[in-house]
Design a protein around this ligand. Structure first.
Ligand SMILES: Cc1cc2nc3c(=O)[nH]c(=O)nc-3n(C[C@H](O)[C@H](O)[C@H](O)COP(=O)(O)OP(=O)(O)OC[C@H]3O[C@@H](n4cnc5c(N)ncnc54)[C@H](O)[C@@H]3O)c2cc1C
Length: 431
């Protein structure tokens, strides 16, 4: 089993802001023994596993992940603008294993919270003292009528990176100049609130160079969206009238139905036929969370935000996108941040200590062009509302977006930051 020395731990803590959550002296050198199973080895799960092991190497940590490699969704929009390829976004679990974490490639089918066991499609039953559940999202098939799993084979969502992203790339490449690309944007809450709007910009960047007579239209289930003012100003500046956004108000409530055969989106008053149609479907927590009874009526997992422990099942912690809607956006950075708070809490609980209060951090960059990025960032803490119910709220005025009318050099600098942001995030998870 690989060990992590004190110097290495300090480096990691600096990288991830772990020191805020875990006093070093208590965490290091513990003789505790326990079994932590992590379901899902994406950004949240891989980060959680790594931090549990780093804080207390005496804990046995196992990840159950159904794919042998993980391709990050973040930056998958960049591939549509020919700025990166999917290989550069794909990570193995070799480093995770080298850190002494057991990685099982199998599909988790059910978490039995009573027997503290995770069952897998391969027939394994893996026992735990604490389980961290990080399955990301799944789609509400037919939430937009006509869009189901079979439809996704021909009309990509590309909202889980990999073959779906390639399908969208191929369809854009095959489209004639003068074609119309339609993106349907889902209702809240959903993975990566600025994602559809960054996608529109980066598709426009590709079309501007290869098929300049083409258009991008966003048909939205909402009347407002993340960083809206910055996006719309940037779209006009860089792409003129190439991108058109149509909110729910103008369509009588947004997209209602998709007909797959002719790639048409039907709304209350109108319908639009696309040459390339990209449906971002309504979403819910990853299916394993639903099958294990960890979700409420919203389709997402309620948690105690101090420890990320499920309010439905004991000894079960949920992190990342699968968590119930709150002030925390469903972003890669928040997946890593919730992973660290959960990891620290799980180690404390296994060692019989009271978990300390954590904070959550978010930073998220969206590209309008390769040299123009806009960002949103925030620090969040757990509090209580007037009725005493637990809430998550931004700390002071920490929740902020890029300055409107920023100089070119500022926009350029943000675009460079986006690249290093990626490297740091995946280094914490898979490095
Ligand atoms: C186009 C796009 C752009 C984005 N851009 C950004 C961005 O710029 N910045 C940002 O912060 N975020 C961005 N995001 C959001 C970010 O990708 C997610 O918030 C993040 O991946 C959530 O992490 P997670 O660990 O919860 O889920 P995931 O990273 O999806 O990981 C879930 C893992 O669980 C596995 N899994 C699921 N079910 C099972 C099961 N039953 N058994 C075993 N394994 C299972 C999956 O295979 C997967 O590896 C973007 C998303 C999209 C779609």
């Amino acid at each position: 089993m690989a060990t992590i020395n004190r110097r290495r731990f300090i480096q990691m803590a600096a990288l991830g802001g772990l020191t805020a959550a875990v006093p070093f002296s208590k965490a290091w050198g513990s003789q505790s023994r326990g079994r932590v199973v992590v379901v899902g080895g994406g950004t949240g799960g891989a980060t959680a596993a790594r931090y549990v092991k780093a804080i207390d190497p005496a804990i046995d940590v196992t990840i159950i992940e159904m794919e042998p490699k993980h391709t990050t969704c973040y930056m998958s929009n960049w591939t549509l603008a020919e700025m990166r390829d999917l290989d550069s976004l794909t990570h193995t679990f070799d480093n995770t294993r080298a850190r002494g974490i057991n990685v099982i490639i199998d599909k988790a089918t059910r978490i039995d919270a009573e027997k503290q066991t995770v069952h897998t499609a391969g027939g394994q039953a893996i026992e735990y003292d604490r389980v961290i559940v990080a399955p990301g999202i799944d789609f509400v098939w037919n939430g937009l009528e006509g869009y189901d799993e079979a439809a996704a084979e021909v009309i990509p969502h590309a909202w889980k990176a990999g073959p779906q992203t390639l399908l969208l790339q191929q369809q854009l490449a095959a489209m004639d100049d003068g074609g119309v690309v339609v993106i349907t944007a889902p209702p809240n809450p959903f993975r990566c609130p600025p994602g559809p709007y960054e996608r529109a910009a980066l598709i426009a960047h590709y079309l501007q160079r290869h098929k300049p007579k083409s258009k991008v239209m966003i048909l939205d289930a909402k009347d407002a969206f993340s960083k809206q003012g910055l996006f719309t100003a940037g779209w006009t500046r860089h792409y003129g009238d190439m991108i058109e956004w149509v909110g729910a108000f103008d369509t009588g409530g947004g997209p209602e139905r998709v007909s797959v055969d002719d790639r048409t989106v039907h709304m209350a008053f109108d319908s639009v036929q696309a040459d390339v149609l990209n449906v971002v479907p309504p979403q819910k927590a990853g299916q394993i969370a639903i099958d294990s009874g960890l979700t409420d009526a919203s389709g997402w997992c309620p948690v105690d935000f101090h420890t990320l422990e499920s309010t439905i099942a004991k000894n079960v912690h949920v992190i990342g996108d699968a968590i119930v809607s709150s002030a925390l956006p469903k972003s890669g950075y928040i997946a890593a941040s919730t992973a660290k708070v959960a990891a620290a809490a799980v180690v404390d609980l296994i060692n019989g200590r009271e978990p300390r209060e954590g904070s959550f951090f978010n930073t998220c960059y969206s590209l309008l062009t390769p040299n123009h990025s806009i960002s949103v960032s925030g620090v969040y803490r757990v509090a209580h509302d007037d009725a005493g119910a637990q809430i998550v709220q931004g700390v002071g005025d920490s929740v902020a977006v890029s300055r409107a009318g920023a100089e070119d050099w500022e926009q350029f600098r943000e675009a460079r930051y986006a690249g290093t942001w990626y490297n740091n995030l995946v280094a914490q998870a898979f490095g």
